[in-house]
Design a protein around this ligand. Structure first.
Ligand SMILES: Nc1ncnc2c1ncn2[C@@H]1O[C@H](COP(=O)(O)OP(=O)(O)O)[C@@H](O)[C@H]1O
Ligand SMILES: [Mg+2]
Length: 315
């Protein structure tokens, strides 16, 4: 099965995540505790917002988005952490020219704490690297994903924003990180396969994980008109068949500068903040900063990623 989600297994994951939140067994009546944790004080909720960057298809710009949006938020003065959740095919470290000596695999083996993995990239962005080329990392079980997610509650210095760069495909990995986050940013480009893969991801996340809201960013488009047309293409189908809201969040142009930055293993917002893509990421970061605080309504939405990062949530 290679970790691909089967319909009948999806609820098992959700049940397990609920249980992890409330420290109870799946099905235990105490799972209602989850809602009180998730609705903790407003102060606690403001402390960290987890944003999963997803898209379904590979090569659409998810990692580029996670790195540049994360760094733009950091440049705007926020504490930002970026988790490379493309386990086994890590590339955040490559994009940023980092040379990690330890990665999430060491954490899973119990050789270090999550905090020991933190690396500081330019502009103060903190990165938790994934391992590359380790077959085992590409085939984690759900308990291990949940273990990684849960470890965020132990962080002594929680960030304001936690960005999660997810893998391609409709795997347990993507579903768990996306459903644990407060927001799912969908990176879509104007190619039929990108649109159909994004739609498939929305379908699985909404149907099996009750994720109802998505924030679409059009990547590698020429202008806003093209970006909005792309949004329209996606919503035309989803409005008909799925009970979801897909917000148009912004767009990033196709930019040769961005490719040059990648070749130099740097973020374009660091090297060329005034380039077209650099300015687009800055604008996106400004938009993210205006998002309303997430509504955590308890068991119907598993938003424990951000909540767990908050140390003062009172549990
Ligand atoms: N806005 C852009 N302009 C130009 N090239 C881009 C842009 N976004 C992404 N790319 C290109 O697409 C490639 C794949 O991006 P990446 O972020 O690794 O995709 P994913 O994480 O979705 O697999 C990058 O190496 C870069 O060459
Ligand atoms: Mg990637």
């Amino acid at each position: 099965m290679n970790g691909t989600i089967a319909m009948d297994q999806a609820w098992g994951i959700k049940d397990m995540l609920s249980a992890m939140i409330s420290h109870t067994e799946p099905g235990d009546s105490n799972t209602h505790q989850a809602s009180s944790l998730l609705t903790g004080s407003a102060t606690a909720r403001r402390q960290c917002r987890a944003i999963a960057v997803a898209g379904g298809k590979g090569g659409v710009g998810k990692s580029t988005m996670a790195v540049n949006l994360g760094m733009s938020l950091s440049m705007a003065g926020h504490q930002v952490m970026l988790l490379d959740a493309d386990m086994g095919l890590a590339n955040v470290d490559v994009l940023l020219g980092l040379a990690p000596t330890r990665h999430i695999g060491h954490f899973l083996e119990g050789e270090c704490q999550l905090e020991d993995l933190l690396m500081t990239a330019p502009r103060g962005l903190q990165v938790i690297p994934a391992g590359s080329g380790a077959r085992r990392l590409a085939q984690l079980d759900r308990g291990e994903y949940a273990g990684i997610i849960r470890a965020f509650e132990e962080l002594s210095q929680p960030p304001r924003y936690l960005l999660v760069d997810t893998a391609a495909g409709l795997t347990d990995s993507v579903a768990m990180f996306a459903s644990a986050a407060d927001d799912v940013v969908l990176v879509v480009c104007d190619e039929p396969a990108s649109i159909t893969d994004a739609y498939a991801l929305i379908k699985v996340l909404s149907r099996d994980f009750d994720v109802r809201r998505f924030r679409m960013v059009a990547n590698m488009v020429r202008n806003e008109t093209e970006a909005r047309q792309l949004h329209h293409k996606l919503t035309r189908v989803s409005d008909r068949f799925l009970d979801v809201v897909i917000d148009f969040t912004g767009w990033v142009p196709h930019d040769e500068r961005l490719r040059q930055a990648i070749k130099r293993q740097s973020a374009v917002v660091d090297l060329w903040p005034s380039s077209r893509s650099g300015l687009a990421f800055k604008k996106l970061a400004g938009a993210v900063d205006t998002w309303a605080e997430p509504e955590r309504t308890g068991q119907d939405r598993i938003a424990f990623f951000g909540n767990r990062v908050a140390p003062a949530a009172g549990y």
